[in-house]
Ligand binder design. Structure first.
Ligand code: 13P
Length: 232
């Protein structure tokens, strides 16, 4: 493996004891793994920074600070140790009605705080390459407005592949991610959706894919460390 493949682990609304990752990593140094626990657990995970592990959050407020009950600002995340933050995840769009313009504001707040936004996009139905390309480019057209393109990461997550065990063909992933890079100028693009033991070799071998955004499998630290080692 000659390129640095980035693993971004999205624990979603689960609480995983940091000791599980501590035990899986042991004394190893891993410089391509970003762990994104829930807000409450981020500070506990700072212990793993000694192993090179990076931290991220799963959401951020679109506001910088003030009377916004229940919200967490980008500067608070930075102080907790987060250097990355997932925004615009399809679950937030579906259940919390997050809009593309809110995701755009969140990206701006993160960049102001020195945090790298990981912007999720992906089509809701399986209708082929052209449909997917049009869908994600329309989303990115809104989300990337007035954003420094070189400072963000995009995660292509087809909604129909999330948590379903269904993974698009290699050529589909390749076509969509190549189009994202070509038409937006974004340099780092991840794939997300049922990434794991059965498909990591194929997906990581695609030239245009710079890493994976991992849901379910990220709750199995031994598996993540094993895959990471295997791809070194
Ligand atoms: P799964 O890996 O469980 O399909 O989840 C993907 C995801 O939503 C990561 O953000």
């Amino acid at each position: 493996m000659n390129k640095r493949f980035l693993f971004v682990c999205n624990f979603k609304m689960n609480s995983l004891d940091v000791m599980e990752y501590v035990n899986a990593i042991k004394d190893d140094h891993i410089d391509n793994l970003v762990l994104c626990p829930n807000f409450c657990d981020i500070k506990d995970y700072a212990i793993l920074k000694r192993n090179g592990i990076m931290l991220g959050a799963q959401n951020v407020s679109e506001f910088s600070g003030g009377a916004y009950t229940g919200e967490v600002s980008a500067s608070m995340l930075k102080e907790s140790g987060a250097d990355f933050c997932i925004i615009g995840h399809s679950e937030r769009k579906k259940y919390m009605f997050e809009t593309l313009s809110q995701t755009n504001q969140k990206a701006k707040r993160l960049l102001e705080a020195g945090i790298t936004p990981i912007i999720c996009v992906g089509e809701d139905t399986e209708k082929g390459d052209d449909f997917a390309v049009r869908y994600v480019l329309l989303e990115l057209n809104e989300v990337l407005k007035d954003i420094a393109i070189s400072k963000v990461i995009v995660a292509y997550e087809p909604i129909w592949a999330i948590g379903t065990g269904k993974v698009p063909s290699n050529s589909h992933i390749q076509n969509v991610i190549s189009a994202i890079k070509k038409y937006t100028g974004v340099e780092v693009c991840l794939y997300g959706g049922s990434f794991g033991e059965n498909n990591y070799k194929e997906i990581s071998s695609l030239a245009c894919v710079d890493g994976a955004l991992i849901g379910g499998a990220s709750l199995k630290p031994n598996l993540i460390v094993k895959i990471q080692k295997d791809l070194r």
